[in-house]
Design a protein around this ligand. Sequence first.
Ligand code: GLN
Ligand code: ZN
Length: 747
Amino acid sequence: MGIKTHVIGFPRIGSLRELKFALEKYFKNEIDQNELEAISKEIRLNNYKILKNIDYIPSNDFSYYDNLLDTAYLFNIIPQRYKKLNLSKIDTYFAMARGYQHGFKDVKALAMKKWFNTNYHYIVPEFDDDIELKINSTKPFDLYIEAKELGYNTTPSIIGPLTLLKLIRFTGNKNISNIKDEISLLYKEILNRFTCLGASWIQIQEPILVTDLSSDDKKLFKELYNNILSDKSINVLLQTYFGDVRDFINEINDLAFDGVGLDFIEGSKTLDLVNKINNKIIFAGVINGKNIWKNNYKKTIDIINKINNKNIVISTSCSLQHVPYTIENEEKLSDSYLRHFSFAKEKVNELNELKNILENNNNVLLEENQKLFNIDRNCNDIKVRERINSIDDKLFERLPKFSEREQIQKKKFMLPLLPTTTIGSFPQTKDVKLNRSSYKKGLISKEEYINFNKEKIKECIKFQEEIGLDVLVHGEYERNDMVEYFGENLNGYIFTDKAWVQSYGTRCVKPPVIWGDISRRGEITVSWLKYAKSLTNKPIKGMLTGPVTILNWSFPREDISIKESALQIAFAIRDEVLDLEKNGIDIIQIDEAALREKLPLRKEDWDKEYLSWAIPAFRLVHSGVKPETQIHTHMCYSEFKDIISAIDDMDADVITFEASRSDLLILDELKKNNFKTEVGPGVYDIHSPRVPSVKEIEDAILEMINKLGYNKLWVNPDCGLKTRGEAEVKESLLNLVTAAKNVRLKL
Ligand code: GLN
Ligand code: ZN
């Protein structure tokens, strides 16, 4: 059969994070816009070389910061406060992404949110009443032309109108209905321009279709696309991913799309739905765009064979930007591991191979692939399995109950009203990173490594004491990353060297790989915390990462359930919690930064598929501590409006979370739900280099008190400080403590 291949998007950060480094230089004025563009072009060129045998090669998947921001910018959805800065085009764009602070000009960045169920963050477009919609950028067209000149007739890719409209935040009186017609005209215009340029296909991405939508949204979808697709002369691929389109089959059938991209990996119903789609080319997302294991060709072919429509293009399940670039950069892992892995470049090859197998009955390739799945990976640990099998329900229950613990802890710690604290990490300056990397490379001794960190801890404690924070941290200087660090101390984990995945803007993470059953190798954080405690009489907060986050920010196994992996990790972290407590650390924060992230996109799947094991896994970690030990947790992003009771059910004593970038909207919800856990909604945004003023923080605290009262309120930044510069952090924290003190006087 004639089979074609398609890739939704390719990592744009570069094989070795070239874009990140170029952007950072640009932001520091070390290179100019031309140099930035030249480096970006080089990245795109390399990507096209990898994609050259793919039938539908994407363009415009490249972005300097974020594709949704690009889309908003393309339509001139630029709030006035950024326009008023009077910057160049590109710097206006970056001001929206990162904020701008220069002389008397001082504007915050737009909000940032997680992109559906991934660890990638998009910039939330904001629409004010003064925005005049128009095509404001030539980027998609320029990139198409650039590729064409290189010899690739690409499929330009753009985020679709429904996803855009649903993700925009309207800040004035206008809403979706006021702009939907104009928006569809603009998309139409884009289709026309691409037609004129000679494109035969365009990929319009509508991931929003895999979420729960209302009947109004359905109507809107039909309306938008009826307009956009009328009298078109270009083929339109409606691309979905991260789930299935169970509510939209009729609409998709009725509209004049030429192809539909469906996710066969995460879409639990896709296989049932695909045969209900009529008269469209099926772009079957069968190569997992989120995990790093080799594709099992036999299983994939079985899936493809179940699709009745033989007009099939095989594709990735989502953009490959969610996996690392290539295993070729991995020099340390032996082939016994690497042969099981497939990163972006290798996944492209998998598509080419699958095409070869399907078209030419290439059994050699197929058998070669099958051999991999018959190898015993040697990854089971009987002791771990026994511990899991003998779990007793009592392990999920901390006693006494929260209200009693709260009183006991108030008496014990005697903290002032509005206690101040931080989320854990302090700036990872060059010397801190150098110390760690020198030690890893064997350039310095263990003793030198430890002594350097101790010096840092000493400075950090001294600083926190000086400015008057109430609950201190040790600064996390020993950690590269909150998940990798724990993974390194757990059996069952393996690590890559250069397998970076973009998290937001210039920030990348290197998720470790869960290879086998998980257990703790020995004490992980205890010695650092004991040292920190010896330096001060103030309370010290131990700092751990929770099981759900460790799991969610790792590449998970595909041979056992993620629930089982989560429980294994929970036991390992529980052992560490109890060791910290034994060593006198009586405040322990267990970060669940990523808890919200893997919540299924459909409400009907939340409990059964996720919360029913994620919350118990967290409880298992801390259920063994004494009543007077205070358990904190931290979550990035306050987008937990709908799961507030589940968060309360984690049964921590204190929770800190992001709030500043979302205008504190979450506070009303906490109030409405009678949230029992003490809370520290972040009073300023650490994702931007901007220093918040005392007044601004005071206002935030007052607003919080206004909504939540002051009895349960903590004052803290909204996340760890490791990505920030030292000078900013000092100023910001001093302002934070001053603001808290000022407000205390008023109470
Ligand atoms: N304790 C971690 C830190 O401060 C938490 C990081 C996070 O929430 N992403 O770095
Ligand atoms: Zn955080």
